[in-house]
Design a protein around this ligand. Structure first.
Ligand SMILES: Cc1cc2nc3c(=O)[nH]c(=O)nc-3n(C[C@H](O)[C@H](O)[C@H](O)COP(=O)(O)OP(=O)(O)OC[C@H]3O[C@@H](n4cnc5c(N)ncnc54)[C@H](O)[C@@H]3O)c2cc1C
Length: 329
């Protein structure tokens, strides 16, 4: 019997949408394997039992839940060891995760401990009953794709790009069985411990965590021209992101790319400046709550996603906007 595992991604005791997308993937894999198995969710850290049990309505059979006072904040060593312990004991067919800075760290730790196959940034994953597994992943920032064959023993780990995960509606009235598991050992030999948590300046905040994002595209330009994006972000307490051309130009590091092959963001507000709105970009930001778009071209696709659209030149509008904001302060 196949046991497909999905990692529960949660924030503030709520399950993030990507988890439901993973369950959809797990059920698709299960169908490929002749429906002979079950879907298990793994949740690390405190979470209300009712929230975990509700995953049953989406097709999860059981939830393995490791909660401990030392797991309220992500700590790579503790989470890594807890997950490794579970995987080693239960030997699932595979472990599916949604790519984020946290799961990237966690998956690498567990894969190294298990000496197993790890695929990051997967766009597709398939398993066949004859024991073969394949994954497709973008490389060279989405300019090429790799078709990767995986060893399926021990259990491979696959991190999906969140932009390819689609949640389905709940289709049954069942509750998943939640199995509470204590942390397996005293953890008194940790090699690292958190001594202080330092708040990042909003501009440097991880895009996945940011409440406000100012994003620049090719229309903003390079070098000194791009400084206006940083200035607006500073003025409104936002984090800075960009489209692929901006990363290709070296204006921002890769972890600041938004889109299908970059980060998947859902801020309260995103201001898109000089961005045409290609679907590879919008896939990464369409869950933003409020969208402002500024672009010269009134027909830019970006405006379809905007709550407020401004047709005009960012070189004129942004300095004006910044000085108005500074005046208000
Ligand atoms: C497999 C694959 C994966 C990809 N992944 C990503 C991804 O993750 N993220 C991503 O961003 N892209 C990705 N892309 C690239 C994507 O298709 C687009 O090429 C890219 O998003 C375009 O970026 P842009 O909007 O900055 O540039 P453009 O499409 O060139 O748009 C520039 C915009 O600026 C406007 N403009 C020009 N001058 C001004 C001005 N002075 N003031 C105001 N507006 C102005 C123009 O009217 C235009 O709308 C991917 C492509 C592929 C094939």
């Amino acid at each position: 019997m196949f046991d497909i595992w999905v990692f529960v991604q949660q924030r503030d005791e709520e399950i993030e949408d990507a988890t439901y997308g993973l369950v959809t993937e797990a059920r698709r894999l299960m169908a490929q394997l002749g429906d002979a198995g079950q879907v298990t969710a793994v949740a690390l850290g405190p979470a209300p039992e009712s929230v975990l049990a509700a995953l049953g309505a989406y097709g999860v059979h059981r939830v393995l839940h490791v909660a401990d006072a030392r797991m309220t904040r992500y700590q790579g060593e503790i989470f890594g060891r807890a997950l490794f312990d579970l995987v080693q004991k239960e030997n699932p067919a595979c472990l599916l995760m949604a790519q984020s800075s946290e799961t990237e760290d966690l998956a690498q730790r567990v894969a190294a401990m298990m000496k197993t196959a790890l695929v990051t940034r997967a766009m597709d994953f398939s398993m066949a009953a004859d024991g073969t597994a394949r994954a497709i992943r973008p490389v060279a920032n989405g300019y090429l794709f790799e078709d990767v064959a995986l060893d399926i023993r021990p259990s491979p780990i696959v991190l999906f790009l969140p932009s390819v995960l689609f949640e389905t509606e709940p289709d049954r009235e069942e509750a998943a069985t939640v199995i509470n598991i204590p942390l397996p050992d005293p953890y008194d030999d940790l090699k690292t411990r958190t001594v202080q948590v330092i708040e990042a300046a909003p501009e440097d905040l991880d895009l996945e965590e940011a409440d406000i994002i100012v994003a620049g595209g090719r229309g903003v330009g390079k070098g000194d021209s791009f400084d206006v994006i940083h200035a607006l972000a500073r003025a409104i307490g936002g984090s800075v992101g960009g489209t692929r051309p901006i990363i290709d130009w070296g204006e921002l590091p890769y972890e600041r790319q938004i889109g299908q092959t970059g980060k998947y963001v859902s801020p309260r507000l995103i201001i898109n400046c000089g961005i045409s709105g290609a679907n590879e970009y919008t896939a990464g930001m369409e869950k933003s709550q409020q969208v402002i778009a500024i672009d010269l071209n009134p027909r830019a696709r970006m405006f379809r996603f905007a709550d407020l659209g401004v047709v005009g030149d960012v070189r004129e509008i942004l300095p004006l906007l910044i000085s108005r904001i500074e005046d208000q302060k």
